[in-house]
Design a protein around this ligand. Structure first.
Ligand code: 5GP
Length: 120
């Protein structure tokens, strides 16, 4: 399991375009790109461009409320853009028990197939 850290992650390289990614949405605050190991026909990660201590949701402070809302609203916009009209799933993994592997908060948008529940 990855060790929780506030250090830069691979997502900083994606934000800085030092490594390529399939970007599906970008504005001044957030970036969304396709997951390199998709778990569904649509699997997109939505991340803040400025981590500001948000390694994961468990580190959220009141100052992060605006960016957290922006991440979720962006997920909705992309779901529409991807044609996920029959539904989709949002996931935020946190910490070792949540199987978080990259310590830069990210929202998973999954869709294009039946998503089962409980996820296991
Ligand atoms: P976590 O397990 O932390 O919730 O999710 C991290 C996600 O980042 C994983 O689904 C993994 O496939 C994805 N990922 C890791 N490295 C890269 C990368 O270099 N490029 C892209 N596009 N996705 C990545």
């Amino acid at each position: 399991a990855a060790v929780p850290t506030d250090s830069p992650t691979i997502f900083d390289k994606i934000i800085n375009k030092e490594i390529p990614s399939k970007i599906v949405y970008e504005d001044d605050k957030v970036l969304a790109f396709r997951d390199i190991a998709p778990q569904a026909p649509t699997h997109i990660l939505i991340i803040p461009k400025f981590k500001d201590g948000l390694t994961g949701l468990s580190k959220a402070e009141e100052r992060h409320c605006e960016i957290l809302g922006h991440l979720l609203y962006t997920a909705k916009l992309i779901a529409k853009q991807e044609g996920l009209d029959d539904g989709f799933r949002i996931v935020i993994n946190d910490g070792p028990n949540g199987c978080q592997s990259v310590y830069h908060i990210h929202v998973h948008l999954l869709g294009g197939r039946q998503m089962n529940w409980p996820p296991g």
